[in-house]
Design a protein around this ligand. Structure first.
Ligand SMILES: [Cu+2]
Length: 118
C-alpha cells in the first residue's frame, strides 16, 4: 500500500471501530415502540412485566414531546428524528400515568397514557 495512504487507512479503521461500538446492543427482555404525536401517545396503554427489563423506544411523529412518568421519576425529552430509549429494569408492579412533559400545543394536556406493570 502507498505509505501516504496509511494515516487515512488508520483513521477509517478508527471511525469504523467507534461506529460499531455505537450499534444498539440491547440486553433487554422486551422492546416496545411508543409514538408520541399531537395529541396522543400510542399505545395508550403500555404493558410491561415487573420481572423483566423492558426498553421503550419512544419517538415523535411531529414536534418535540416529553415522555414523563412522574411516579417512576422518568422524564425524557423526545426529539424529532431522535428516538429516546427508556429502560425499565424490574419496575415495581402498578399502574402509572404517562404524560407529555414538553408543552406542544393547545391540547398538550390530552397527551396521556397508562403504563401497566404486571
Ligand atoms: Cu406533547
Amino acid at each position: 500500500m502507498n505509505k501516504s495512504l496509511l494515516p487515512l487507512f488508520a483513521l477509517t479503521l478508527a471511525i469504523l471501530a467507534v461506529g460499531c461500538r455505537n450499534q444498539p446492543k440491547s440486553s433487554a427482555d422486551a422492546h416496545i415502540h411508543v409514538v408520541m404525536k399531537k395529541y396522543t401517545i400510542e399505545p395508550a396503554v403500555i404493558h410491561v412485566k415487573a420481572n423483566q427489563t423492558t426498553e421503550l423506544e419512544v419517538s415523535t411523529a411531529d414536534v418535540q414531546h416529553g415522555f414523563d412518568v412522574p411516579d417512576l421519576k422518568i422524564k425524557e425529552p423526545v426529539r424529532s428524528g431522535q428516538p429516546a430509549i427508556v429502560t425499565l429494569k424490574n419496575p415495581p408492579k402498578g399502574e402509572y400515568k404517562v404524560v407529555c412533559g414538553i408543552i406542544c400545543g393547545p391540547r398538550h394536556d390530552d397527551m396521556v397514557a397508562k403504563l401497566v406493570v404486571e
